[in-house]
Design a binder for this molecule. Structure first.
Ligand SMILES: [Mg+2]
Length: 259
């Protein structure tokens, strides 16, 4: 499907629609240091304009909600709801609801650095502490894909031993609590907002469960579209979404055309 068709069909339904989007790789270009991630110029203004025209805006991210609100300046978007850590926590109107850190994550936090050195992980590989999950980033390594591949099987074993999940992404291996994904987060936003129509945009394998929910909603009679911000790194994502656009610039230009 072409972006123009989505724009044509969704525009009249915009008041009361749910516009949900991932953050990294979808609103913000992927960068080596996750702390330096920022939305592209115009992204937040566009989300705010959508909200002003009566849409509900949701941001669904694997990062913790407060970090993404801070990095993105998302508090400028009226009524925005941020589902952080794949729906483990929610940020809305300046307050966040987030669970306590379970013992298993504390245990992993204490042991992950020495585990990585036991695995002789490539130079540059680093751990991002997301409080309720821990992410091994291989992007800074000389060979990010190779470094990830070498760590993947032992990381899966470690996760299985702890009773948690290992989720691979774009040059990341994330240790997560079981039972949360972006599909569940999108479904909660749907139930919260009761929308006239739904659009979800994402760029990574972590967004696939949300794309699947879009398909389910459409089968249930709600106008719904999934948008993949495709990148050279993950061409296989292309087949999973209704519409393909070129990275964050493509996402923002589609959203801007709705307002
Ligand atoms: Mg992403």
């Amino acid at each position: 499907m072409q972006p123009e068709q989505v724009i044509r069909e969704l525009r009249p339904l915009l008041p009361g629609a749910l516009i949900a989007t991932d953050f990294d790789g979808t609103l913000a270009p992927i960068v080596a240091d996750p702390e330096k991630s920022r939305p592209i110029p115009g992204a937040v203004d566009t989300l705010a304009a959508l909200a002003t025209r009566g849409a509900r805006v949701g941001v669904v991210t694997g990062r913790d909600a407060q970090t993404v609100v801070r990095l993105g300046g998302l508090d400028a978007v009226p009524g925005v709801v941020v589902e952080g850590l794949y729906g483990l926590e929610q940020w809305q109107a300046g307050s966040v609801s987030s669970p306590e850190v379970p013992a298993v994550i504390e245990q992993l936090r204490r042991t992950l650095a020495s585990w990585l050195s036991d695995q002789q992980a490539d130079e540059g590989v680093l751990v991002e502490d997301k409080r309720l999950s821990l992410v091994v980033h291989t992007r800074p390594a000389a060979d990010p894909a190779g470094a990830q591949q070498r760590l993947r099987a032992p990381a899966e074993q470690l996760a299985a031993r702890l009773g948690i999940e290992l989720h691979p992404g774009r040059n990341v291996l994330e240790f997560r609590l079981p039972g949360y994904d972006k599909g569940g987060a999108l479904r909660r936003l749907f139930e919260l907002t009761g929308p006239t129509a739904v659009l979800y945009a994402g760029d990574d394998v972590g967004d696939l469960p949300a794309f699947a929910v879009i398909g389910d909603l459409r089968a249930g009679g709600t106008p719904a579209w999934s948008v993949a911000a495709v990148s050279a790194e993950l061409p296989e994502l292309a087949g999973a979404a209704d519409v393909l656009v070129d990275g964050p610039a493509g996402v923002v230009s589609l959203l801007r055309a709705l307002v």
